[in-house]
Design a protein. Structure first.
Length: 170
């Protein structure tokens, strides 16, 4: 038996479009990895290294793992919405998850806030942001029916602001 001090190896997995997506850590330079494995299983590739800007630390990091993620379509293309412990949610196109590829997030990126969708008396859709403690708040994320897209150049969204939303699969 090999002993390791690492507590996290596989942090989440999802099935989408005939493939199993696995988030976790590797022993390589870029510790944070996303792997796309065709199903039924034949072979496992070396995964995609993920480097994301962590606002809480003010720097790019490669060792922080994806804690949980969901796969959803944007414009007909599958994307991974990844939650880290200390950074806003990150959207990564599945098409970028290729063996040996290195995906790098940017400092200036859209953020995503968990929200609940409802319809008012006039038939207008209303997105109400949920109380959220950051990307490690999995309970709020699990209760969300949509995500409010906060543009990279926005510091704050005022109540009543027209926003774009992504509906989450139910």
């Amino acid at each position: 038996m090999v002993k390791t001090n690492r507590q996290d190896v596989t942090t989440d997995l999802q099935f989408a479009d005939g493939k199993v997506l696995v988030a976790g850590l590797s022993n390589e330079e870029f510790g944070s990895q996303l792997r796309v494995i065709p199903f039924p299983f034949a072979a496992v590739d070396q995964g995609t290294s993920v480097e994301i800007f962590h606002g809480a630390h003010g720097k790019f990091e490669t060792k922080s793992p994806v804690r949980t993620f969901a796969v959803f379509d944007v414009g007909g293309q599958p994307n991974v919405l990844a939650a880290y412990t200390c950074t806003p949610l990150v959207k990564i196109p599945v098409s970028e998850l290729k063996p040996g590829n290195k995906v790098k997030g940017t400092k200036d990126r859209d953020s995503y806030l968990p929200a609940s969708l409802s319809t008012d008396n006039q038939g207008q859709q209303i997105a109400q942001s949920l109380k959220w403690g950051g990307s490690s708040d999995f309970v709020s994320f699990a209760r969300a029916t949509a995500l409010i897209i906060v543009p990279a150049d926005s510091k704050k969204l005022e109540a009543g602001t027209l926003v774009q939303v992504l509906r989450l699969p139910m």
